[in-house]
Design a protein around this ligand. Structure first.
Ligand code: ADP
Ligand code: MG
Length: 569
């Protein structure tokens, strides 16, 4: 069984292709969406999901979220007394999802299709693969998120059409233009921004709050006071979500002996976020230009990602394309749904036969060269594309480079990703030195072959044509990359980590929610929550499963009554 996983910045989902249809699998607390958050309990046990998200407020130093934003870098995050790499935290989320699927399917799960932002670069893709390995999963395919969303759309629509997918999640933004005909889905172009998502809208609100309320009230900078910071971030998130429904919304926050209130109108929010909306426009325009498709030729615009619920974004899309985005697909689920289709295709499910999918490379990859001009002087640092962006993958292309000086014995190869003519303005992926026999300039050369596989991963091979010697470039220059030995070492370390048992998930989640509310509320409500926590802990202590169930149900009912906003959020 190949499972499909949408490993999001904010929320993750797991599903399977079953009986000819996509099926999303509920987690241990019965939800389809598992918050991509990890927390370490005082006992040292790890919890994932909703409980961990609540603990971001009550136990910020033991909890982490949004680590997808640092995938592919060597930044580490600290939970309690332990440092984790982003791959490890992602692996803990993947493990929890895997356990949910195993419980639901009643069989072990070993293979997965995992979605990644189309605009994820090589290091971020390889980090995602490493996370899968650390979770005991073989990643059969990395699937681009907007492509997955289009697969879900294509499942319901037949015939010829061109569609645009806009995926704005918590931390990443992707746009893809696709063409569908006779069961074939062809990605024509992809563009995006790896550091743009709903989180940036929260940052804009947070900065405005600190300017308008924080400074006059003498608040510390948010980072200096973690419990306050966690609460504030949560309130900001809710404020933003309410502004998707209402014209104005108010945040209120306990501070010292009183409450701080801040009211924001939707118009003010939109003004604050104007630069972000501008950043959303550019990739849309580029994807259409690259695909050579006019907005008028599009049959549909498919929205994916929770942040596409923002009315200003929907309005911008309607104005750009002169028709409303598709409404029948749930933006939270569409990527995971589509990924199950890919899993079904890989299992050669009969219901999907005749369907074919092709995707493209998101970035141009090339090498740095120096070139001798007719007047004899040399220009360095030129970028020569080998595989251009939006080339259909898998793709393999070669180029030949020759020596520039008499007697030169090495050719230095530097591989870059990007679109600039000057290599130094692009991102260096790795370098390699090829040895060549001493000869007159231009007499020795090296063939460099780039291969982009269907997961969007790059391999670079070089052959010295004079000697036949072969070289393989490991993209090692990147500090964010774990070597196979490091993966083995991290795997062993993770094996010692205690994971909170799945059958305790509901208790842990109820307790985490109560503790979060204790932080959020004031006065009588707060002391009531304190008493309820005491009662529930006592029931847990006594250990009678039936009584624990009753006590938990009562606790949740009581919490619903004091929860400031929707208990379903
Ligand atoms: P990811 O795929 O990155 O995990 P999601 O698709 O789950 O992300 O979207 C999460 C983002 O969507 C968050 O930044 C969240 O604030 C935002 N979001 C969710 N609901 C709303 C809403 N009603 N209005 C505005 N933003 C929302
Ligand atoms: Mg997503």
């Amino acid at each position: 069984m190949i499972v499909a996983i949408d490993l999001g910045t904010t929320n993750s989902l797991i599903g399977v292709w079953r009986n000819g249809a996509p099926r999303l699998i509920p987690n241990a607390t019965g939800d389809l969406l598992t918050p991509s958050a990890v927390s370490m309990l005082d006992s040292g046990e790890i919890v994932v999901g909703r409980a961990a998200r609540d603990r971001l407020v009550s136990h910020p130093r033991r909890s982490a979220a949004a680590f997808k934003r640092v995938m592919g870098s060597n930044r580490s995050l600290t939970l309690g007394d332990r440092d984790f790499r982003p791959e490890e935290l992602s692996a803990l989320v993947l493990r929890a999802l895997k356990a949910d699927a195993e419980a639901w399917l009643g069989e072990p799960v070993r293979e997965a299709v995992i979605t990644v932002p189309a605009y994820f670069a090589d290091a971020q893709r390889k980090a995602t693969q490493a996370a899968a390995e650390l979770a005991g999963l073989r990643c059969e395919r990395l699937l681009n998120e907007p492509t997955a969303a289009a697969l879900a759309y294509g499942l319901q629509e037949n015939g010829e059409s061109r569609i645009l997918v806009v995926d704005l999640g918590g931390g990443t933004f992707d746009v893809s233009v696709l063409e569908m005909f006779d069961g074939v889905m062809e990605v024509r172009a992809t563009a995006g921004d790896n550091f743009l998502g709903g989180e940036d809208f929260n940052q804009a609100l947070l900065a405005a709050f600190m300017r308008e309320v924080g400074t006059p009230a003498g608040l510390p900078p948010p980072a200096d006071e973690p419990p306050f910071h966690g609460l504030l971030r949560r309130q900001i998130e809710q404020l933003k979500q309410r502004l998707s429904q209402e014209d104005t919304a108010t945040l209120s926050l306990p501070w010292r002996t009183g409450t701080l209130c801040w009211t924001v109108s939707r118009a003010q929010f939109n003004t604050l976020c104007e630069p972000l909306y501008q950043r959303i426009r550019q990739p849309i325009e580029r994807a259409l230009r690259d695909a050579r498709i006019h907005p008028g030729e599009l049959a549909a615009v498919v929205l994916a990602g929770g942040a596409t619920r923002m009315p200003a974004l929907r309005r911008m899309i309607s104005l750009l394309f002169r028709h409303l985005p598709t409404q029948h697909l749930d933006p939270d689920q569409v990527v995971a749904m589509g990924a199950t289709v890919q899993a079904g295709l890989m299992m050669r499910d009969a219901a999907l036969n005749e369907r074919v999918l092709t995707d493209v490379a998101p970035f141009t990859l090339g090498v740095e060269v120096a070139d001798r001009q007719s007047d004899g002087h040399t220009v360095h640092n030129l970028f020569v594309p080998v595989i251009e962006r939006n080339t259909v993958i898998p793709a393999s292309r070669a180029t030949t480079l020759s020596t520039l000086e008499d007697g030169q014995t090495t050719i230095g190869l530097r591989v870059f990703q990007g679109e600039s003519r000057r290599a130094r303005d692009n991102i260096l992926l790795g370098e390699l030195t090829v040895h060549v026999p001493r000869a007159a300039r231009g007499q020795q050369s090296v063939e460099v072959r780039f291969t982009y596989d269907t997961s969007g991963l790059l391999e670079v091979d070089a052959t010295a044509l004079g000697t036949g010697a072969q070289y393989h470039l490991l993209i090692e220059g990147n500090p964010g990359r774990l070597s196979p030995a490091e993966i083995r070492q991290r795997l062993a370390a993770l094996a010692h980590l205690k994971i909170s048992p799945r059958d305790q998930a509901e208790n842990v989640a109820a307790l985490a929610r109560a503790e979060r509310l204790f932080e959020e509320l004031l006065g009588e409500q707060r002391s009531a929550v304190g008493d309820w926590i005491g009662e529930f802990l006592a029931a847990l202590e006594r250990g009678d499963p039936r009584q624990i169930g009753i006590s938990r149900a009562l606790l949740l009912q009581r919490l619903d009554r004091v929860e400031p906003t929707s208990p379903f959020d």
